[in-house]
Structures are given as C-alpha cells and as structure tokens.
Write a protein that binds this ligand. Structure first.
Ligand SMILES: NC(=O)c1ccc[n+]([C@@H]2O[C@H](COP(=O)([O-])OP(=O)(O)OC[C@H]3O[C@@H](n4cnc5c(N)ncnc54)[C@H](OP(=O)(O)O)[C@@H]3O)[C@@H](O)[C@H]2O)c1
Length: 385
C-alpha cells in the first residue's frame, strides 16, 4: 500500500511537471509565432511603399551615373589587343564570329569545340585577320575533365587568361510528352549549364589574377516561355541565375557580361537540335515552326555588337535590343505572352499535321522566310560535319 501511494504521488508530480513544461512551451511557441506573424504583417505593409519610394529616389541618380560611365567607356573601351581569350563553341555560329571579332582587335585566342576540322579553319582565319596567336583545343564541355584540360592548355600556352567566353550550347525541340525517353534530353543541361559552370570553376583563379571577364551566352528564351524548348529555356534561366550569384561571389575581381540574344543565324537556327528521340538532327520544318515570324539576326553584326558592348563593360547585352521589350511583357502581362506563344507555336489549323502551326502557316503564306531569315539558314546543309 505504501509502495503504491508513493508510486501514485511520484507519477502525479511527474505528470504535473510535464504538463507545466508543455504549457510553457506552448505559450513561448505561440509568442514566437505571434512575433513572427506581427513582423511579417508589418513587412507586408511597409515593403511595397519602401520599394516604391527607394526606386523613385535612388534609381534616377543611378541611371544617370550608369549613363555617364557608359559614355566614358564608349570612348575608352577595354583594349583587348594581346590579351588571352578562351571561347567555347567556336567552331560555328555566334562563337565562330566572336572569335573573328576578338581576332580583328588583336586578341590571342584559344578556340574550343568538338569538331577539329571546323576549329582549324576558324583558327586560320583568325590568324589572317589580326590575331597574333591562336590555338584550338578539341573538348567536350559537358565533361569536367575536358573543361579543366581546356583551361590548363590555354594557360600553359599563353601564360594567362583574361577573358572567358562561355558560348557552347545545344537546343532541344520537342514537347515534354513527345520525348521518348526524357533522360535523352539531359545533354542540353550538361552542355549549356554544367559546361559553363565547369569552365568557370577552372578559369576563376586565372581570371581573378588579372581582373578578367566572363561573357556568357544565355538567351531571351530564359524569360520567354517558348514551347518545345522547355529544357533549353530552363538551362539558360539556370545559367543566368548562376552568374547573378557569381557576380556577388566574385565582386569586382571578375566582371561578368550576360548576353541574351534573340534568334540569330547559326547552325542552331538552321534547325540543328536534339529531337524527341534524343538524336542531333537538322530539321528546318520544325525550325520554321519554332522561329515562325521572328526575324533572325545576322551573325556578323550580332558578334560585333556583343564584343563591342562587352569591351565597354556592359553587364547585360541583348541582341537585337528590341527583344528587351518581351521582358516587359513577360513581367507585366505574362498571360498575354503565354496566349500569343500558344496561338502561334502550338495551335494547328483543323486536321493539319502538328507542324502546320498558325505562325508557320502565316509565314508560308506571305513568303516571310525570304525576308525574315538570312540565306545561310534557309538550307539545311551544314558547312562541314
Ligand atoms: N542562334 C540563336 O538564335 C541563339 C539565340 C540565343 C542564344 N544562343 C546561344 O548562343 C550560343 C551559340 O549557339 P549558336 O547559335 O552559335 O549555335 P551553333 O552554331 O550550333 O554553335 C554551337 C557551338 O557549340 C559547340 N558545342 C556544342 N556542343 C558542345 C560540346 N558538348 N562541347 C563543346 N562544344 C560544343 C558547337 O561545336 P561542336 O559541335 O564542334 O562541338 C558549336 O561550335 C549557344 O549557347 C546558344 O544557346 C543562340
């Protein structure tokens, strides 16, 4: 009996203690929650006017400052002559023409891609038009070891690295549901995103040493939701966010220029992309469906504009510049962008094949290709394979 009383007493005191502890916990937890809720309600109330008035007061002087520095840099751009520039994806399209632009300004060049024959031709032309020294390195940027080798070989040959141009890229054109095996589309992310990340990682110490610059070829597709290019668009959006973070991590030690082109003549706009089977194909009919009524810019002019603005220290370059307006549409009225893209690129006219989208039909009817597409992309023949 005595033993039983004792047990009951201790159980009671224990249960009281736990009850007390539990109540206190509930009160403090509620207090914390209450404080957090109050803080969030306060911020919900204060953040919009704070943002509005900060932008109203601080943005105009900042824009004026940027305008002045832009004018200064347009008269005194960076002198690239004799500096070392590594360009990935230099065997065709934008990368090839960026190489010619740097070469004509006297830069020393390391040109990388997988096709040796094409790289050889580009190197020869670079040497003819003004580069004092140019080498090619065959490498696959989706392979981290190749990226390291590419940077090491460049630094070994030139004893330094001043500019890195992350340009290599591939695209996919098929809807998510059309893809036979979704893992076949992984190369898009591996080349476009990881290829740039690997190369940046290995080049960073060298670029830091000399206050160098990284130019990265993203795309307007990073904000425009283009159907059948979901993985490509995602890879470019990831790339942009990666380099936004790098700007903070590098500070002023390594400058970064993000380039967001619209459609530009190249092998990509000739219709070279990963198909739903995960095979690299050249399919101008599907290209027509994707590009439809968008004008395709000339590659020489685009490359010239990119290098010119990069050497002026621009952080963001969009070519052609009217494409920037699509960003305004996307931010202010995303539903309109979705609706137009769906209508032009997805909607087919009754009973037609899935290729006959409204955008393509209009372009075929008005013969828009001869005006909107440069001659080089109207045929599906590649310069060499
Ligand atoms: N053209 C456009 O309309 C457009 C628009 C927006 C953004 N961009 C971007 O601009 C960049 C250049 O594309 P482009 O239009 O000039 O197309 P492109 O003519 O097809 O050039 C792509 C380049 O990337 C190289 N490349 C592809 N896979 C590679 C790999 N695994 N390793 C190394 N190099 C590789 C190709 O060389 P190899 O095949 O010899 O390896 C080629 O030199 C891309 O990042 C693209 O996304 C283009």
């Amino acid at each position: 009996m005595h033993y039983f009383d004792h047990l009951l007493q201790s159980f009671n005191s224990l249960s009281h203690r736990y009850l007390l502890h539990f109540t206190l916990l509930l009160i403090t937890h509620n207090k914390e929650n209450l404080a957090m809720d109050l803080l969030n309600s306060f911020l919900n109330l204060v953040a919009p006017p704070f943002t509005f008035f900060s932008i109203l007061f601080f943005l105009p002087p900042w824009i004026f400052f940027k305008f002045c520095t832009r004018i200064f840099h347009s008269f005194f751009p960076e002198d690239i002559s004799g500096k070392v520039v590594l360009i990935t994806g230099a065997s065709s399209g934008i990368g090839e023409h960026l190489a010619y632009e740097y070469a004509s300004r006297g830069a020393r060049l390391a040109l990388c891609a997988r096709r040796e024959d094409r790289l050889r031709q580009v190197v020869d032309r670079c040497l003819q038009i003004g580069s004092p020294d140019a080498i090619f390195i065959c490498a696959d940027v989706s392979n981290a070891y190749d990226c390291k080798r590419m940077v090491d070989q460049t630094v070994h040959h030139f004893k330094g690295l001043d500019h890195l141009v992350n340009n290599a890229g591939i695209s996919q054109v098929c809807t998510l549901e059309e893809a036979d095996d979704i893992t076949n589309l992984r190369p898009v992310m591996d080349v476009n995103f990881w290829g740039s990340v690997y190369t940046t990682k290995f080049a960073a110490p060298h670029l830091r040493n000399c206050g160098g610059r990284i130019t990265v070829l993203s795309s307007a597709a990073s904000w425009i939701p283009a159907p059948r290019m979901s993985i490509y668009s995602a890879s470019k959006a990831a790339l942009e966010q990666f380099y936004e973070t790098m700007k903070i991590e590098f500070g002023s030690n390594v400058k970064i220029t993000t380039v967001t082109p619209g459609f530009i003549e190249s092998e990509l706009t000739q219709g070279k992309f990963l198909s739903h089977e995960g095979k690299m194909v050249v399919d101008p009919i599907t290209r027509d469906m994707q590009v439809n009524l968008s004008p395709v810019g000339k590659v020489e002019g685009t490359a010239r504009a990119i290098v010119k603005q990069t050497l002026r220290g621009e952080c963001y370059v969009t070519e052609p510049s009217w494409i920037k307006m699509s960003y305004v549409w996307k931010v202010l009225w995303p539903e309109a962008v979705e609706w137009v893209n769906r209508l032009m690129c997805m909607t087919t006219i009754g009973g037609e094949t899935h290729h006959e989208t409204i955008g393509k039909r209009i372009m075929d009817m008005v013969g828009g290709k001869s005006i909107l597409y440069p001659a080089s992309i109207r045929s599906s023949e590649m310069k060499s394979e």
